[in-house]
Design a protein around this ligand. Structure first.
Ligand SMILES: CN(C)C(=N)NCCC[C@H](N)C(=O)O
Length: 323
């Protein structure tokens, strides 16, 4: 669970496969980026019209055009990194639908459907489930328990980390474990600003994570220390700009640009930060990860191959811009 230093010669990717086409020497000093498939939703109907988290202020609103430009830049960053991005049509009347991460949890080709805590977002669950059914993911479980998809479930190689305390019910952790056949580790969130697990923690690949300890109960902090003694720890300043709401492909970390301290730490630890500005979407309580649902196919591969030779060299590398 603690692989996190630069990979050694002849290393395998986290699921045990040898990197395709990468010479062992080339692997030594590099972290490994694996090609991902993401689902995103254009913020066509984005607005702050209700308040269901402490970041939202309907009186202040948000600038829809600015949010759209920031979202386009996020999508462009994924494409430039060589990832695949699919799009779901936004639905009028669902201003938070841009936060695709909350729409479902997709692991090994199976879909654990979202059941939202707040009525304002309830219709998003079926909308995402329908899209997934029609686009190669027919095995969808309509959850019996409240859960907000990848907002509160984060997938590592061996386990799924699951948040509870504000949105996702404890019972959903059990339900997801039974359906997906992966061990689910419960973590309790205690600060309402960090109401989803993905506001306080993100997987780095190689079985390691970055997190903000202040968002967790004492018992959950102890669990995190035990599971991830080599974790990247973030401070309050970085957490307060949603710096933990980041997306890592094993090497590149797409992260809010204001999280300067965390960006520096990640760079020192051998990752390649890709800063983005999502300040307008933050007015609804979201960041890069919230806008991004990972689609993990059944057979192979979360990513049959690495990027290019198996190693990404950062923005601009292996840009393929698929669908
Ligand atoms: C960063 N997070 C937590 C996300 N994954 N989603 C953002 C959801 C924002 C929405 N207004 C809400 O409060 O549900």
């Amino acid at each position: 669970m603690t692989v996190s230093s630069a990979m050694e010669p002849g290393s395998t990717v986290p699921d045990g496969r040898l990197l395709p086409g990468a010479a062992p020497e080339a692997v030594r000093a590099e972290r490994v980026a694996l090609r991902r498939h993401y689902l995103m939703c254009r913020p066509e109907h984005f607005a702050v019209t209700y308040a269901i988290n402490p970041w939202m202020d309907p009186a202040a609103g948000a600038d829809a055009a600015r949010a759209a430009a920031q979202w386009e830049a996020l999508r462009a960053a994924y494409l430039a990194l060589g990832h695949r991005v699919s799009l779901i049509d936004p639905v009028e009347g669902l201003p938070d639908m841009v936060f695709a991460a909350n729409g479902a949890l997709v692991v090994g080709g199976r879909v654990y459907g979202a059941r939202f805590a707040h009525p304002e977002r309830a219709a998003e669950g079926p909308a995402y489930a329908d899209w997934l059914r029609r686009n190669g993911f027919p095995d969808v479980l309509e959850a019996a328990h409240t859960n907000e998809g990848e907002g509160d479930f984060l997938v590592l190689d061996e386990v799924i980390l699951a948040g509870t305390g504000f949105r996702t019910d404890l019972a959903a952790h059990q339900e997801a474990q039974e359906f997906l056949g992966r061990p689910v580790v419960t973590l309790r969130l205690v600060d309402p600003r960090f109401y989803h697990l993905d506001t306080a923690l993100f997987p780095l690949g190689g079985g390691n994570v970055a997190y903000y300890p202040g968002a967790f109960s004492p018992g959950s902090r102890a669990v995190l220390e035990r599971l991830f003694p080599d974790a990247v720890l973030a401070g309050a300043r970085d957490a307060e700009v949603l710096g933990l709401n980041a997306v890592c492909d094993g090497r590149n970390v797409v992260i809010n640009a204001e999280a300067a301290g965390l960006i520096g730490t990640l760079r020192r630890r051998g990752y390649e930060p890709v800063p983005v500005d999502l300040s307008e979407l933050r007015k609804a309580g979201g960041g890069p990860k919230c806008c991004t649902l990972e689609l993990r196919a059944s057979a192979a591969p979360d990513l049959a191959a690495g990027l290019g030779t198996g190693l990404s060299t950062g923005l601009g590398a292996a840009a393929q811009g698929l669908s």
